[in-house]
Design a binder for this molecule. Sequence first.
Ligand SMILES: [Zn+2]
Length: 193
Amino acid sequence: MLIPKYLEEISEVIDTSKNIEVAKIKCKCSHGHFLVYEFFETDNVNIKSGFNEIIRENDKLYLVKRNFFGKIVKKIECGNMFERKQRRIIKVICEKCGKEYTLFDNYKHGYDAVIAQQESYTLKEKITFDFKQVYPQPIEVYVKIYQDISYDQFKDEFKSIDYNGYLNSFCNIDIYGINSKSRKIKICSEETA
Ligand SMILES: [Zn+2]
């Protein structure tokens, strides 16, 4: 079992192996077609003009600008890795009953989010997210979860986090859809560790 706890009620596992599990998303009303929406934060330090590279030095991240010879001429500290991460949220709305589910929020789900558990997340909750529709029609939605480490290994390292916490700290997630013509629609793929 690798499907995260928060998706358990709406997941129908269709494939499972040691490190990978795939589930079809099914509404509590048992319908299986959803409209898919994404919020992706775009105001990003990466695009600050002239700065085009992020380097790590002594566990801190810096945004740097290099001159023609490759020498760093300007350097801005850009916080820790997690703060730098652009927020991404994927939600689906059932075609039939209108119920809404969050399939992935990179500030809450996945390894970094679970392990770091920074207070700054809660502040960001107050933002109203501007979701964009990913695909114009309702589609079937699938979630593929990758987990590198076993619960025993995880427990050795993070004694205070329980089994549900382990399930929510997957290291990679792929979300995709299948449209009415059986074509695969890419929705989101993110490494979370
Ligand atoms: Zn429904």
